[in-house]
Write a protein that binds this ligand. Structure first.
Ligand SMILES: Nc1ncnc2c1ncn2[C@@H]1O[C@H](COP(=O)(O)OP(=O)(O)O)[C@@H](O)[C@H]1O
Ligand SMILES: Cc1cn([C@H]2C[C@H](O)[C@@H](COP(=O)(O)O)O2)c(=O)[nH]c1=O
Length: 215
């Protein structure tokens, strides 16, 4: 039975790498994928992984009907044996419904990849719809780690290394950006305490916690 599968995890946990591996393994067997993405860091119409791999993809636009796009493609003699949708958190809920229809009415597997929650630990609307509709939600096995060593479960947005909680839900960016707006993955405890690697380092060096020399 074809499935809608949501591969979910924090930023930087290997989602795009897995998407590219699925694509590689299927295309090595002669299958043809329809690859959708939206707002990948590598630019328009790209699906990229931090391991350096990149492939061309269809850039999803606001209001685009993904089911109609596939029907058009197939009816014009195009081929699609399965569908990959990366950065699926950026898709509108209606577009997730369209992907579910691709599974049910066109009998294609759809593999969606995305982060579940934003920097305020609130669900992205597209990810919420995926959780509601997916046949399976798969959490990636290679966990990203918080600076404390615990499994990272949350995404923090940072400016100059400090966590911020105000701002637009969507700001395309990357981890390890110490100066500009960036992101850092944290465990829940440190996300709740807004404690990033930089602020934890600063706190450890603060006079309050330095050992007091004995008189
Ligand atoms: N230099 C490196 N050597 C080995 N693995 C790396 C390197 N850089 C990144 N990675 C791996 O790539 C993962 C990020 O992959 P990516 O597909 O870009 O993540 P996502 O799409 O989930 O944000 C990291 O968690 C790490 O496992
Ligand atoms: C937490 C959070 C992230 N984003 C953006 C930042 C990146 O461009 C993508 C996630 O990409 P990745 O391949 O999973 O690293 O999402 C955002 O716009 N808003 C957020 O709150």
């Amino acid at each position: 039975m074809p499935e809608l599968v949501f591969f979910s995890g924090t930023m930087d946990c290997g989602k795009s790498t897995l998407a590219l591996q699925i694509e590689h393994n299927r295309s090595a067997r002669g299958l043809v994928g329809m690859i959708f993405t939206r707002d990948d860091r590598a630019g328009e119409g790209k699906l990229s992984s931090r391991l350096g791999l990149v492939t061309d993809a269809v850039e999803v636009e606001d209001g685009q009907d993904l089911y109609a796009y596939l029907v058009d493609h197939l009816s014009q003699g195009g081929r699609a044996d399965y569908v990959i949708a990366d950065e699926a958190q950026f898709l509108a809920p209606e577009q997730i419904d369209q992907l579910a229809r691709v599974v049910d009415d066109l009998s294609l597997d759809v593999y969606a990849f995305g982060i579940t929650t934003d920097f305020r630990s609130k669900l992205f609307p597209g990810s919420q719809r995926l959780v509601e509709l997916a046949d399976r939600v798969e959490v990636l096995q290679v966990e990203a780690l918080c600076w404390c060593g615990a499994r990272a479960t949350h995404n923090a947005r940072t400016i100059g290394g400090a966590m911020v909680v105000e701002g637009a839900q969507v700001v395309v960016g990357d981890v390890n950006q110490s100066e500009a707006i960036g992101y850092e993955v944290l465990c829940r405890r440190h996300h709740r305490r807004r404690m990033t690697a930089a602020t934890a380092r600063a706190a450890a060096l603060s006079p309050d916690v330095l050992p007091v020399p004995s008189a």
